[in-house]
Design a protein around this ligand. Structure first.
Ligand SMILES: C[S@@+](CC[C@H](N)C(=O)[O-])C[C@H]1O[C@@H](n2cnc3c(N)ncnc32)[C@H](O)[C@@H]1O
Length: 267
């Protein structure tokens, strides 16, 4: 894995970032003109991307509630955490289990800077800089090791991040490394963009997004299912994000939802 594309190194407001584009899609304020211009190009082709971002974030919240509640998990590793926003993982988990420990990891320096400020007064929450494609460096980080004990069940969250890692950069190997390390009873939550409902529109979207500086990969249901190899998918399996354990029945046009979401348990 020596020819990885470079991760964002310094804050450059003229270069769009996935984290800030997503923040803009969620209605946040931590974004610049270049991010908004890139996002607007994407929204012009697929206006539903805004709703998808919200549905994805809502899936994350429901998954953490399930993991802290029904599954009894007390440590969370949020990989590709994004900028702090509403209902961050530690806030959701601690509502259910105040003793929860949470480590956020992102390769974008602005995410880590904002995140560190948010959790500065919480000794059991940390923001750690790291590139998931170099997963061993991430796992060796003292900030992570201080809070996460892989001998006990952990929830690894890879929500809306694996689609930023093309096959050539080892996403399946990264997930396998984590799965092998996790104690039995650990869980993996994944959401990922899929081309399944609209392959042609997705291809056009990837083209625009790539030219706007935010490339991603869309994976089929079968390809996303492979991330759960060796794990048991909990009900309802790998489904469109709004269909994963919805709490309130809402009218969502599933035909316009291109994000698959699921949670797997290590037996
Ligand atoms: C779309 S946001 C998702 C945020 C959050 N997980 C959620 O679903 O609400 C994707 C995040 O992944 C981060 N990211 C992308 N590739 C990464 C990598 N190789 N290593 C670490 N973080 C990465 C981006 O910086 C961005 O903050």
């Amino acid at each position: 894995m020596s020819d990885l594309r470079p991760a964002p190194q310094v804050l450059d407001p003229n270069v769009p970032s996935a984290a800030r584009i997503y923040d803009y899609a969620l209605g946040g304020k931590d974004n610049y003109a270049a991010d908004r211009a890139a996002a607007d190009k994407v929204f012009a082709i697929a206006p539903e991307m805004r709703a998808m971002a919200r549905q994805n974030r809502a899936f994350l919240g429901r998954a953490v509630r399930y993991l802290a509640g029904e599954a009894g998990i007390r440590q969370f590793l949020d990989l590709g955490s994004g900028l702090p926003t509403q209902q961050n993982v530690h806030q959701v988990a601690k509502e259910i289990a105040p003793e929860s420990r949470v480590v956020y990891v992102d390769h974008d320096p602005i995410v880590v800077a904002h995140g560190e400020a948010l959790v500065a007064t919480s000794p059991d929450v940390a923001f750690v800089p790291g590139d998931l494609r170099r997963i061993d460096d991430v796992l060796d980080h003292p900030g992570l090791r201080r809070l996460i004990d892989f001998d006990r069940p952990v929830a690894v969250l890879m929500v809306a991040v694996l689609h930023f890692i093309p096959d050539g950069e080892g996403p399946y190997e990264v997930v396998a490394r984590l799965r092998d390390l996790m104690a039995p009873g650990s869980h993996l939550a994944v959401s990922s963009v899929t081309p399944d409902p609209h392959p042609e529109e997705t291809a056009a979207l990837i083209k625009v997004s790539t030219s706007a500086g935010a490339p991603f990969v869309a994976r089929s249901h079968g390809e996303v299912t492979r991330f759960f190899e060796g794990l048991d998918l909990v009900e309802p399996g790998l489904v469109s994000a709004p269909e994963w354990r919805p709490q309130i029945a809402r009218a969502v046009d599933l035909d316009k939802m291109w994000v698959l979401a699921g949670v797997g348990r290590k037996p």
